[in-house]
Structure formats: C-alpha cells, structure tokens
Design a protein around this ligand. Structure first.
Ligand code: NAD
Ligand code: MG
Length: 387
C-alpha cells in the first residue's frame, strides 16, 4: 500500500536545514507536502518558497521585517501570519503531521514545545531545545505521545544504530566530530582565529551559528547534552571521537562489544529525509557514498585541552537542571559577540564557563524559569566581555 501524504510544517524554512528539507519534500511530492513554512526576517526567500510550494500558511516571526516587506506577489491562497506566537499556531495545526524544528537557537524552543504538546511527530534539528529543556521536553512527549526523531546527523545515526539491539543492551554511544577547521591548530594559532576562518567548515555546509560552534567544538558539547536527554543515557555512556571525513555519523556499542555505525555522505538531506519519512525509508536525494574510489576513515581522540568546550558539555550533561539553559544562552550570546568582533575566538568557551559558574543552580526548573535564565545569561556575557 502506498504511504499516506504527510503534511509538514517547517519552522525555519529559509535556513540551511530548512532549505535542504524543502529539497527533500520537493523530491517526494506523493508522500510529503509543505503545509506551513516560517522565517524570522528573510521575507524574500520565504516569498519564493511560498510561490514554489503553495503552503497553507507562512509565518514571519519578526513583525517589523514582515511589515516592511511588499507581499503583493504572495499567492492569494497562502495565508501570512506575523509574530513569534504564530510559530506555535502552525506547530499545533490539526492538519500538520510532522513538525520540522529547524530554527536556530533557543528561539526554537516555543515552537518545538507546542508541537510536542500537540502530540506531533517532531523532526528535531533544533538541538538547543534539548540542551535547554531536555527533561521537560521528553517528559511532555511521554505524556502526549509525541514522537521525537532526531535530525542532527550524529543523533540520527545513534537512533538508527540503536535499532540493532535492545535498549538495555546499549553499553555506550560514540559521537563522531569532524574536529572543525582548527583540528590541527596550536593554542597560539587558535588565539588568532578570525570570524572568516571560523565560518569555513571543512566537511559540512551549515548556518553560521552551528559552524562557529563546530569550530569551538561547543557543537559537540551541545550534542553530548542533546544525546543525554534524547536517549536517556548517563553522561559516562557518551563518548566523542574525532573523525575528520564525517562519513561515520556516529556509533552505538552494545554490551557484547559489537559496535554498530551509520555511514553516509556528509549531506543533511539524508537525516532530514529519514526523520520526515520514519519509520519508512525513501529513495535517496543525497549523493551516495562511492566505494569505487579509495577512501580512508580516520579516528582520533579529541584534544580536550585545546577544545575545553567538551569538558563543559560533559559537566552540564551531568548537572542537568538549569545548567543547559545557561550554557546554551551564554554560548549564543558569546558567538554573536565573536561575530561582531567584540570577543576573541578563544574567549567564547571561558565566557560560557564563567556565566555558568555564577548562576543560581536549580535542579528541577520550570520552563518559565529556564526562559528567564536564558535572558539573564545573555546579559551576563555582555558584562563579562566588558571587564
Ligand atoms: P540557519 O541560521 O541557517 O537558519 C535558521 C532558521 O531559523 C532560518 O529560517 C531563520 O529565519 C530562523 N530564525 C532565526 N532566528 C530566529 C528567531 N529568533 N525566531 C524564529 N526563527 C528564527 O540555521 P541552520 O544551520 O539551518 O540550523 C538550524 C538548527 O538545526 C540549529 O539548531 C542547528 O544547531 C541545527 N542543525 C543544523 C545542521 C546544519 O547542517 N545546518 C546540522 C545539525 C543540526
Ligand atoms: Mg551534529
């Protein structure tokens, strides 16, 4: 029997993940339909997407940007909603089957939360949701029956590899990291890194925030925390290995010592498609791996001294509570300041640690408390940099 058509709401459709997702959807018109799209301020791009995909609704979360743009070419059957609250409107819509959470940063939390609350299948790219509020989100999903399918390539790999055994047979997971553009940089060279250098990733083509997170290895720190809550693992069951080719997307070791890996080309269309079509698999839209050409796969332990973000990630994964929200917000603010030329590359992680150590830890915060701390941590990073 042919699979039914799934209506997809893409939160953050104009970003790197969002545009790849629309390519996946365009390649499968019989099974996937773009029902609703959103952008923060890229109105021109969103308009072009609306013309091409004819969704029912589009949301511009920045009302000022929406008001300044001329919408006369918007097809009349597409409804335009403006303001961040409407991310929740489209995430909850009864006709929507799958919500792709592809907004960057903790700005993505509310829309993801609404989708989980409405019991949707959530294709989760926005790792910050799990970093900020992992235990609250998984608890909510357990109550509403929402299914969270990871889009982050490492977590998609773990999700897939875990199906090779029973949950209680999992010994540990091994997240792979490309090592970023500065894998071989000395401490002195790291101190000299420019924004341009940090935005040049060797294997993945991604949005600017995650590209800089990959360069500091904060991305891997956030992924340790994401994996902790997504898969309900103890922090000491989560290891990281540097694998510069980004072909092995991650691995699961079972109690008998067998290690199951998922491999593929470094193309986010693969995990996006898997999350949108799960539990089915659809013909690939990503470039397949070619074993007709010689290929070597290397693995090496990460250098935790040059990349102190990893230890920070492990500490936060162990603490839980408010620590993830504070680390995430501090990092978002520090990355912004680095991009604005106000912080050195090597100050990003220490500023996050300083803010984390200052905060009033609460082991079981509410969502409202986490949002308050998010705003507080951003302010603290501004102050830290001024000292
Ligand atoms: P991006 O910067 O390319 O796109 C971000 C999207 O979010 C855009 O559509 C933008 O309009 C929207 N947006 C930005 N700020 C917003 C706000 N304040 N409110 C509402 N919408 C807002 O980012 P990306 O690289 O596509 O990453 C998206 C998410 O996916 C991130 O959480 C990232 O960590 C995760 N992720 C990305 C990749 C990748 O390859 N790009 C891989 C794994 C995980
Ligand atoms: Mg990843």
């Amino acid at each position: 029997m042919a699979p039914p058509v799934a209506n997809v709401a893409v939160l953050g459709s104009t970003g790197s993940i969002g545009t790849s997702a629309l390519e996946v959807i365009a390649a499968a018109p019989d099974t996937l339909r773009a029902w609703a799209l959103s952008a923060h301020s890229s109105c021109q791009c969103l308009l072009a997407q609306a013309e091409r995909f004819a969704p029912h609704r589009i949301v511009v979360s920045d009302p000022v940007a929406a008001a300044e743009f001329c919408w006369e070419d918007l097809p009349p059957q597409v409804e335009l909603l403006t303001g961040p609250e409407h991310l929740e409107t489209i995430a909850r819509e009864p006709e929507v089957d799958v919500v792709l959470a592809a907004i960057v940063g903790s700005a993505g939390l509310r829309g993801t939360w609404a989708a989980v609350e409405a019991g949707k299948t959530v294709a989760l790219a926005n790792k910050e949701t799990m970093v900020v509020a992992g235990p609250l989100v998984t608890d909510l999903a357990n109550r509403t029956g929402a299914r969270i399918v990871p889009v982050d390539s490492e977590h998609s790999a773990v999700f897939q590899a875990m199906q090779a055994g029973r949950r209680e047979e999992v010994k540990r997971i091994i997240l792979t990291a490309s090592g970023g553009p500065f894998r071989r940089h000395s401490a002195e060279q790291l101190a000299e890194v420019t924004v341009e250098d940090a935005l040049r990733h060797p294997t993945w083509d991604m949005g600017p925030k995650i590209t800089i997170d990959s360069a500091t290895m904060m991305n891997k720190a956030l992924e340790i925390i994401e994996a902790r809550w997504l898969f309900d693992l103890e922090p000491d069951q989560i290891d990281v290995v540097v694998h510069p080719q980004s072909i092995v997307h991650s691995m699961v070791e079972f109690v008998d010592g067998s290690i199951v890996a998922q491999l593929g080309s470094p193309d986010m269309k693969l995990p996006i498609q898997y999350a949108l079509t799960y539990p089915r698999r659809a013909p690939s839209v990503a470039t397949p791996l070619d074993f007709g050409e010689a290929m070597s796969l290397e693995f090496e332990p990460p250098d935790e001294e040059r990349f102190p973000a990893l230890a920070l990630g492990r500490e936060v994964a162990t603490s839980g509570g408010t620590a993830g929200a504070v680390l995430n917000a501090a990092n978002e603010a520090a990355v912004e300041r680095f991009r604005a030329g106000e912080l050195h590359f090597t100050e990003i992680v220490p500023s996050c640690r300083a803010v984390l150590e200052q905060h009033d830890f609460d082991p079981s915060p509410s969502l409202a408390e986490l949002e308050k701390l998010d705003a507080w941590a951003r302010q603290e990073v501004l102050r830290w940099a001024c000292l």
